[in-house]
Design a protein around this ligand. Structure first.
Ligand SMILES: Cc1cc2nc3c(=O)[nH]c(=O)nc-3n(C[C@H](O)[C@H](O)[C@H](O)COP(=O)(O)O)c2cc1C
Length: 200
């Protein structure tokens, strides 16, 4: 369904429409359907982008996980204003989210850590993501050793967590063959959302 058609039946909440688009992407095996570019801003106003994996879509928040010593976590602590960008090329769709990021409660971090494959849990333990290293071999060897030796899955480390983004504005973009693409912008307006159609 195009965003124009969607607009006729647009849910009052943008994340309900995002949920529908995510389902479409997953149902059509769109590559990396839940991967999303995540942009933070450093203390000198320098933006940084990286890819993260959407773990949960709540009624009013997008959730992903991260180590908490990382650049993204540091930048969010300084400036919670962030952006997220989904792109599903095979569907000709894009969604841009601007909002505020916060750390979630520990219970959710523990729950999401427990859902990770053991190999991913151990990666978190052996690698201080983002810190300079001389050689990756010692990390590989420690990872392989732990995979062999661990008898039970590790606990969620205290410096690993879940990040929640509460959207302030969400724009849906849908490609049209004549290049007159559909754009629909939701903006938070108190307890509800305003809807504006944008020129392509
Ligand atoms: C497809 C894909 C998914 C990723 N998912 C995550 C993720 O969910 N959380 C995360 O912290 N890093 C994820 N990464 C790694 C980040 O892109 C990034 O390299 C890392 O988080 C360090 O970013 P930072 O130094 O800016 O904090 C992913 C990378 C790719 C390519």
């Amino acid at each position: 369904m195009s965003v124009a058609a969607d607009a006729q039946v647009s849910p009052p909440q943008p994340l309900a429409l995002l949920d529908r688009w995510l389902s479409d992407a997953c149902a059509t095996d769109a590559p990396a359907a839940r991967s999303v570019a995540f942009v933070t801003v450093g203390d000198e106003g320098q933006p940084t982008a990286r890819t993260v994996s959407l773990k949960r879509l709540e009624d009013d928040a997008l959730i992903f996980t991260s180590a908490l010593w990382t650049r993204k976590a540091r930048e969010i602590a300084e400036n919670p204003r962030v952006a997220l960008l989904f792109h599903w090329p095979t569907l000709g769709r894009q969604v841009h989210v601007a909002g505020q990021a916060t750390l979630t409660e520990r219970a959710l971090a523990r729950e999401l850590f427990a859902e990770r494959a053991l190999s991913h849990q151990l990666q978190t333990l052996v690698s201080r993501q983002g810190e300079p290293i001389d050689d990756i071999a010692p990390l590989r060897s420690r990872h392989a050793h732990l995979l062999e030796a661990m008898e039970a899955p590790p606990e969620c480390p205290p410096d690993w967590g879940a990040i929640s983004v509460r959207p302030q504005a969400v724009e849906f973009w849908s490609q049209a063959a004549d290049r007159l693409h559909d754009r629909l912008l939701y903006e938070r307006a108190g307890e509800s959302w305003s809807l504006t159609r944008l020129s392509p």
